[in-house]
Design a protein around this ligand. Structure first.
Ligand code: SF4
Ligand code: SF4
Length: 261
């Protein structure tokens, strides 16, 4: 059976190969990958995420492990997205290209496991949610929390040991991989750990964030509006719903600030 290191290497090779495949410099840093056994922790998903959230065994009845990976963005992209109230062109382009990369990483990990005789179950990187309730039926973020890849920040994004600016993907497999956590602190958000911050709250252009709340609908409207009003998104798919201001050059952008402080 492939080891967790084999899976991590496969994911890293896939991310490293993407700039060459695209013929560009790419937007990514090496990925993180965590795994956990399918156990009772995943029974919490309907309460934590959405009442109709899928269980890992809904994707694959024989699932024994959940794998979640995080592909961090390069700091320059994040820096470029900070100025102004709207996302920059490259932030939108990186979103689209990262969705495709997430699919490729998932397939590469699936193929590695399949070569050893283990089936896997996959879902798309995004747009698998109820447009009215705006809650994912398969939430990579909540799964990432449960496999201990990261912890939620006040901005409702996952803060991993490599920060929060990047994208998550996940799959389930019948291979028994064991427990492979990556986050080392109970909280990874300064404010949640009782330390001063709140910079993401200040950065949101539509006041969707508060210390203990998230106006999901207000955020979602802004993401949709960005696509409609930005001429330089015109050649990108309609599903390019991006903003990212609450992650741009924050204390948690590229690291777990609680672990470092
Ligand atoms: S910017 Fe500060 S308050 Fe917001 S999620 Fe990051 S660490 Fe937490
Ligand atoms: S993505 Fe943009 S609109 Fe949504 S919470 Fe973050 S800063 Fe606010």
């Amino acid at each position: 059976m492939p080891s967790i290191d084999d899976l991590r290497k496969t994911a890293a090779n896939c991310v490293a190969a993407e700039p060459g495949r695209l013929g560009s410099a790419g937007w990514w840093q090496p990925p993180l990958l965590a795994a956990a056994p399918v156990d009772s922790r995943f029974d919490q998903l309907p309460r934590m995420a959405a009442a109709d959230h899928l269980h890992p065994t809904d994707l694959l009845p024989t699932a024994r492990s959940v794998i979640v990976f995080f592909i961090p963005f390069h700091p320059q992209l994040v820096k470029d997205n900070q100025p102004g109230q709207r996302p920059c062109r490259n932030w939108g382009l990186a979103y689209v290209q990262t969705n495709e990369l997430i699919g490729r990483v998932s397939l590469a990990v699936r193929d590695l496991l399949a070569a050893a005789g283990f089936a896997s179950g996959l879902t798309p990187a995004t747009h698998n949610f109820d447009p009215v309730r705006l809650m994912a039926r398969w939430s990579h973020k909540h799964l990432a929390h449960l496999v201990n890849l990261g912890r939620f920040g006040v901005h409702h994004l996952l803060i991993t040991p490599a920060g929060c600016t990047g994208r998550l993907g996940s799959l389930v497999t019948e291979a028994e991989l064991g427990e492979h956590p990556l986050i080392q602190t109970a909280e990874a958000c300064l404010l949640k750990a009782g330390q001063p911050c709140g910079k993401c709250i200040e950065a949101c252009p539509v006041d969707a964030l508060t210390e203990d709340g998230f106006d999901r609908s207000r955020c979602w409207q802004r993401l949709n509006e960005n696509y409609r009003v930005l001429d330089y998104f015109a050649d990108l798919p309609e599903s390019t719903d991006v903003c990212g201001k609450c992650t741009a050059l924050m204390p948690c952008s590229f690291k777990n600030p609680v672990a470092k402080s």
